[in-house]
Design a protein around this ligand. Structure first.
Ligand SMILES: Cc1ncc(COP(=O)(O)O)c(C=O)c1O
Length: 433
C-alpha cells in the first residue's frame, strides 16, 4: 500500500455504497486483491494468500502468467479492437484452434463476452434450429445471469426471475446426495435419471424439445459430479427424439477435469453445441459457442457481438491455450488431483460433519453438514471459509444451501503449493472442530 492508495476497509465501504446489494464480497472482512503472481495474490496491506479459487475458475494458469501477460501487452500495443467487420488474425486463429479442439465435426465458433451470453447464444441457436421454445435443463444448474441464462438456472438462491419466453423443464441432474435417488449405485442412479427423463418427455412436453443444456460437473451447484457415462445414457434418449445436447463447459473445459480436455468426454458423447468462458482467457474477457455449421448457420440474418473475439482477448486466449498444451496442464490436473485426494481424503474421512468429497482433476468440493447427518450447515461452512483465509488460503463456496466448499487451484499448481493448500485447509477444519 502506498501513501495515496486506499486501505482494504476504505474499498469495502466504497464498494457497499456504489455497487448493488445483490453483489456480495466474500468474508466478514472482505479481501482486496492488489496484485498476483502464479498461485498467489496480495492485498493492499501486503498480506499474501494462496489462491485456490482463481476468481471462480477464471485465472486458470496463474496470475501474471508471463506468456499470457506478454501476449496481451504486445497485442494492446498493436490494436485492441476491430469487431467482426474486419479480418483479425488473433480472432481467426483462436476460432480455428477452438474448433479443432472441440471435437465437434465441421465446427463454427462465435465469440461472446461472457458465459451468460454464450449460453444465450446456444439457446438461440438450438431453439431456432429445432423451431421450438421448449428447453430441458438440469436441476441444481447455473448457467448465468442474463434473462435466458436465468430461465435455465435451477437454483432458488440464484434465480432472480421466473419470467421467460422459454418453456423450461428441469430434469434430474448429477446431484445425487439429496436427490430421491441418493441410495442408488452409479448404474442404478444413471438409469433412474434416464427413466425420469423419458417420462418427462412423454408427459410434460408439447411436441419437440429443442435441447438439453447441462454442465458436465455442476459448478455453482457445488461440483456435483455424475458417474462416467451418465450423459451418454441421457444423450441416447435425447438423440432418439432429435433433441440437441448443449454442454456448458464454462467451468469444466481446457483440461480442468484431468482425465479429459472437456467435461463431456467422460460420457462418450459429442455434444451438438459447446459453450465456453472463464479460464480460456486466464482472466481476460473471452467466451463463446461452438456448434456444427448446420446449427450455427441456422441464423440467416446478420448477427454481431461488438467485443466478441476482440484481438486483445483472442491474443490472451491463444497464449493461455498454448501454455496449457506446452506444459501438459491436463496431465498436471490429473496428477495433482490424485495428490489432493491422497492428501485431503483422510481428513474428510475423519471429519463427521463432511458428508461428501466430490470432483476430479483440479475441481474438488466438500459438503458440510450437521455431525453425522445430512442437515446442511451453512454457518459451519462460513466458519471453514474464514478459517482457511486466516491460514492464508482462498477457497470458494457453493451448493444449493451454501454449505459446499469449492477448490479449483491453478492448472499449473505445483506439488508444493498443493501441499501447502491441503495443510491450510486441514488446519482450518481443525480450528472449526
Ligand atoms: C457453468 C457456468 N455457466 C455459465 C456461467 C456464466 O458465466 P458469466 O458469469 O461469464 O456470464 C457460469 C458462471 O459462473 C457458470 O459457472
Amino acid at each position: 500500500m502506498t501513501a495515496s492508495s486506499p486501505s482494504t476497509a476504505d474499498l469495502h465501504a466504497r464498494y457497499r455504497a456504489v455497487l448493488p446489494s445483490y453483489v456480495k464480497p466474500m468474508y466478514a472482512e472482505p479481501i482486496s486483491i492488489d496484485h498476483g503472481q502464479g498461485s498467489y495474490v496480495w492485498d493492499l496491506e501486503g498480506n499474501r494468500y494462496l489462491d485456490f479459487f482463481g476468481g471462480v475458475l477464471t485465472t486458470m494458469v496463474g496470475h501474471n502468467n508471463p506468456r499470457v501477460t506478454a501476449a496481451v501487452q504486445a497485442q494492446a500495443a498493436k490494436v485492441m479492437h476491430t469487431s467482426t467487420l474486419y479480418l483479425s488474425q488473433p480472432m481467426i486463429e483462436l476460432a480455428e484452434r477452438i474448433a479443432g479442439l472441440s471435437g465437434i465435426p465441421d465446427a463454427r465458433v462465435f465469440f461472446t463476452t461472457s458465459g451468460s451470453e454464450a449460453n444465450d447464444t446456444a439457446i438461440l441457436l438450438a431453439t431456432s434450429f429445432r423451431k421450438s421454445n421448449q428447453v430441458l435443463a438440469m436441476r441444481n444448474s447455473y448457467h448465468g445471469r442474463s434473462f435466458t441464462a436465468q430461465a435455465i438456472t435451477s437454483h432458488a438462491s440464484w434465480s432472480s426471475t421466473s419470467l421467460s419466453g422459454l418453456q423450461v423443464t428441469f430434469v434430474q441432474g448429477p446431484y445425487r446426495l439429496r436427490s430421491p435417488f441418493a441410495s442408488l449405485d452409479d448404474a442404478a442412479f444413471t438409469q433412474a435419471a434416464v427413466d425420469d427423463l423419458s417420462q418427462l418427455l412423454d408427459m410434460t412436453s408439447a411436441g419437440n424439445q429443442a435441447a438439453l443444456i447441462a454442465e458436465p460437473i455442476q459448478g455453482v451447484g457445488g461440483f456435483a459430479t455424475p458417474p462416467d457415462g451418465f450423459f451418454g445414457a441421457m444423450h441416447k434418449e435425447l438423440a432418439n427424439r432429435g433433441i440437441l445436447f448443449i454442454s456448458d463447459e464454462v467451468q469444466t473445459g481446457w483440461g480442468r477435469t484431468g482425465d479429459h480436455y472437456w467435461g463431456y468426454q467422460a460420457h462418450g458423447i459429442t455434444p451438438d453445441i459447446i459453450t465456453f468462458a472463464k479460464g480460456v482467457g486466464n482472466g481476460i474477457t473471452l467466451a463463446g459457442v461452438v456448434a456444427r455449421a448446420e446449427i450455427m448457420d441456422t441464423i440467416q440474418v446478420t448477427s454481431f457481438s461488438t467485443f466478441g473475439g476482440n484481438p486483445l482477448s483472442a491474443a490472451g486466449g491463444l497464449a493461455t491455450l498454448d501454455y496449457v498444451r506446452d506444459n501438459d496442464l491436463q496431465g498436471n490436473a490429473k496428477a495433482m488431483g490424485r495428490r489432493f485426494l491422497d492428501g485431503f481424503g483422510p481428513v474428510v474421512d475423519q471429519t463427521a460433519w463432511i458428508a461428501e468429497l466430490r470432483g476430479r482433476g483440479l475441481m474438488w468440493a466438500f459438503e458440510i453438514t450437521a455431525t453425522d447427518g445430512l442437515e446442511p450447515d451453512p454457518n459451519r461452512t462460513t466458519a471453514v471459509l474464514e478459517a482457511a483465509k486466516a491460514h492464508g488460503l482462498l477457497v470458494g463456496k457453493g451448493g444449493l444451501y451454501g454449505n459446499v466448499i469449492r477448490l479449483a487451484p491453478m492448472l499449473d499448481v505445483s506439488a508444493d503449493e498443493l501441499d501447502e493448500g491441503i495443510a491450510a485447509l486441514s488446519a482450518a477444519i481443525a480450528d472449526v472442530h
